[in-house]
Ligand binder design. Structure first.
Ligand SMILES: Nc1ncnc2c1ncn2[C@@H]1O[C@H](COP(=O)(O)OP(=O)(O)OP(=O)(O)O)[C@@H](O)[C@H]1O
Ligand SMILES: [Mg+2]
Length: 236
């Protein structure tokens, strides 16, 4: 099982967009997939409720922010044994207890960052905090990568962030452009990998480095296999 946490304390950076697209990509690649929504807004759960109305590969969802009284937290957050990929959609701004819980679950952490100086500054502080928490949780094998999201042009805005990441030895994985395809996928409960490939060529090309990076973080024994979506992912 591989658990991918999509997180940034800054609101609106694209956590739900990337988490839902990742979950649908895994599911469309015949991987048994779970999506945990830690955000009380429940955007990922809402996206999946639309998805269930269509004929798309099913995703097991876990509502991690509205827990029932009388059942333990561990029980309510349990992931079925056969799940191969877990994607966690984090809320904006969270308490350190929740942050620690999510980081403790993660094998891979993806931080989306918007192309604005304010977002880049706040995200840099958050990435530094995240590094400290990963160390405190003794998650020595957890890898952290950054995705620029909603980019409109290659304006060089991210250059200071790239320098900062270089100093911390954190990879800058890819840049996702701001396009209407993400909106039209979300409103249909889909991921961009499930749209007609010829309509999302740019988006798919920009997701490839992220897909490859996630596959590379898997053990060297992982075997490549076929894919039902527009791009290949390593199984297991
Ligand atoms: N690459 C993109 N292209 C176009 N629109 C995008 C893209 N990424 C995100 N959006 C849009 O930006 C808005 C915020 O994205 P999203 O909800 O994924 O952010 P978030 O980090 O989950 O927000 P919150 O902190 O409120 O949970 C949404 O309307 C989403 O559709
Ligand atoms: Mg969200």
């Amino acid at each position: 099982m591989q658990t991918v946490l999509v997180i940034n304390s800054k609101g609106g950076s694209g956590k739900t967009t990337i988490a839902s697209n990742l979950a649908s990509l895994f599911a469309a690649s015949y991987l048994k997939t779970a999506l945990m929504d830690y955000d009380p807004q429940g955007s990922s759960l809402y996206w999946n409720s639309i998805r269930q109305q269509g004929n798309y590969p099913a995703i097991h969802v876990v509502d991690a922010s509205h827990l029932k009284v009388g059942l333990t937290r561990t029980f309510q957050l349990r992931i079925p044994d056969d799940i191969e990929r877990v994607v966690i959609d984090a809320p904006a701004g969270m308490c350190s207890k929740m942050l620690t819980e999510m980081v403790s679950r993660a094998d891979v952490i993806v931080v989306p960052v918007l192309p604005s100086p304010i977002d880049i500054h706040a995200s840099s502080e958050f990435i530094y905090e995240l590094k400290l928490i990963i160390n405190a949780c003794r998650r020595t094998n957890t890898v952290l990568g950054i995705v620029a999201n909603r980019a409109r042009s290659d304006s060089g805005l991210y250059e200071p962030l790239k320098c900062f990441l270089g100093e911390l030895d954190i990879p800058f994985i890819t840049t996702l452009t701001d396009t209407d395809s993400y909106i039209s996928a979300v409103e249909r409960g889909m991921g961009i990998h499930e749209l007609k490939p010829q309509t999302v060529k740019l988006e798919l090309s920009q997701w490839l480095p992220l897909v490859k990076w996630l596959a590379d973080t898997r053990s060297a024994t992982a075997a490549p296999l076929s894919t039902g979506a527009g791009m290949a992912i390593n199984h297991h």
